[in-house]
Ligand binder design. Structure first.
Ligand SMILES: [Zn+2]
Length: 473
């Protein structure tokens, strides 16, 4: 309909790091559909404000850093997140777009992005398509392990992408006159990185090895222990994981190609803003790290953000996922919206809230159970934040500032304590980075009132169990 607002399709490829995509440095053949989308649109330098799923999505939906959104400490359950999000209803992206006349629908394959955590808020239609594959990762039964190996050998099962594609086709066929806002979360490149053939390039014997390695190094205990210190996965196992991770990204790129074709056949492509992004990246063995957590390094906070269709240009080359609601409001010309006006940005901030306080028994238990040392304890109990301009990154933790020159230390393995020499060399950069961190620390919480989560239930206990199996905190 002429004069109508554009449709919006927001695709989060969960755990996809920017450099897995051709517009951000991967080979030209790695993601042809995303490249084509970028060629006709824009590929933005985008930073996630957190290193894991829930706070990052909360920022993308509320326009707030996650501490302001109260999605941070203390450690949260699904019910806590639902309660925190309920206080943000008036600035929750799907709610605002729904009030502006959009038909809204969401589908998630991530068990954290779920109605239990409140992520169905504002969506007219919501589908949860979480697979059960990861639950077998920790099984100790011989029969289930055999099934796991057999399934991995056959490599015929995805993590929900095909089911999501079928659902999108139904949404297309049954949509009304109003413009739509559709949100999709895909977890194909989330661990345990076991894409189906033909994407899976490993030989049969290597697939069996990968199945065993996923059970050994990608179960909850191993990931948690690895995040606190370093992964035990040996080089060849990490190499297989990197191959399968890239294969999983390629699977999603072909998925995207078919979805774009569907929009084109329906005559909707030119009037739909199609966004491909992620909530955080992934460590795949760099500096001994595996998974996402306890770190704000660029492998985790640099995410893709490619947009095609009638979207507003970004005001600066660098942006944060907290800017997404305001950018969409500008793109679809919402005159009244609750978010800060979109502005040019030179620095992005990311925050990490440690799962344990220094005096928590859980920290003692973790350290003793896995025989870890003082460095692991510090990681487990130290919250911190960083500000980055894409070239330098300032870390602030325990009242101390450290600088990473990303050009000289791309792995971010050796942050340097800010002393007089650093002050002198990076004076201008430090001023801007500090200002951003200061602002994030003094920003008023985006909500008022107390968060009052519901008590635990059997269902919650079950979900927490699933969370652990998926390697989340
Ligand atoms: Zn995630």
């Amino acid at each position: 309909v002429t004069g109508q607002r554009p449709n919006i399709l927001l695709v989060v490829m969960d755990t996809a790091r920017a450099d897995a995509f051709a517009p951000y440095g991967a080979s030209a053949t790695s993601t042809p559909a995303v490249s084509q989308l970028a060629a006709g649109g824009q590929a933005q330098q985008m930073f996630a404000p957190a290193c894991w799923t829930v706070p990052s999505h909360a920022s993308m939906f509320s326009g707030l850093l996650y501490r302001d959104a109260r999605f941070g400490m203390p450690a949260k359950t699904h019910a806590d997140y639902k309660a925190a999000g309920d206080l943000l209803t008036d600035r929750w992206l799907p709610v605002v777009l729904g009030r502006a006349g959009y038909e809204t629908a969401a589908v998630s394959t991530n068990m954290w992005i779920s109605p239990q955590s409140g992520f169905d808020r504002g969506f007219d239609r919501y589908s949860q398509l979480t697979g059960a594959r990861s639950l077998h990762l920790a099984s100790s039964s011989w029969r289930e392990r055999l099934e796991w190996s057999w399934q991995t050998l056959r490599a015929s099962v995805d993590d929900g992408a095909q089911a999501v594609e079928n659902l999108l086709r139904n949404w297309l066929a049954s949509r009304g006159e109003a413009p739509f806002f559709w949100f999709v979360n895909l977890v194909e490149c989330h661990s345990p990185y076991l894409p189906p053939r033909p994407y899976n390039r490993l030989s049969a014997s290597s697939r069996l090895r990968a199945a065993d390695e996923a059970r050994r190094y990608l179960n909850f205990d191993a990931i948690w222990k690895g995040l606190c210190s370093t992964t035990d996965a040996p080089g060849p196992a990490l190499e297989r994981m990197r191959t399968l991770y890239a294969d999983s990204v390629r699977l999603m790129d072909d998925w995207l190609a078919r979805v774009l074709e569907g929009l084109e056949r329906g005559g909707l492509l030119d009037e739909t803003i199609v966004i491909v992004t992620s909530d955080h990246g992934e460590n795949l063995g760099e500096d001994g790290l595996l998974g996402h957590g306890f770190s704000l390094d660029d492998r985790l906070i640099r995410v893709p953000f490619v947009a095609g269709g009638p979207a507003a240009p970004w005001p600066s080359p660098l942006a944060s996922l907290v800017d997404v609601p305001a950018w969409l409001a500008r793109s679809v010309v919402l005159d009244h919206h609750p978010w800060d006006a979109l502005q040019a940005r030179e620095v992005a901030v990311a925050q990490f809230d440690a799962p344990c306080g220094p005096d928590d028994e859980a920290a003692d238990l973790t350290i003793s159970t896995w025989g870890l040392g003082a460095a692991a304890r510090r990681r487990l109990t130290t919250s911190f934040a960083c500000a980055t301009n894409g070239r330098q990154k300032l870390l602030r933790r325990l009242g101390r500032e450290e600088l990473v020159d990303l050009v000289a230390d791309p792995l971010e393995a050796a942050p340097v304590v800010v002393d007089a020499a650093i002050e002198a060399r990076w004076a201008g950069e430090l001023t801007a980075l500090r200002a951003a961190l200061d602002q994030s620390e003094t920003a008023e919480a985006g909500v008022t009132g107390m968060v009052t989560p519901e008590g635990s239930s059997d269902e919650m206990a079950e979900l927490e169990g699933q969370m652990k199996l998926l390697g989340y905190l």
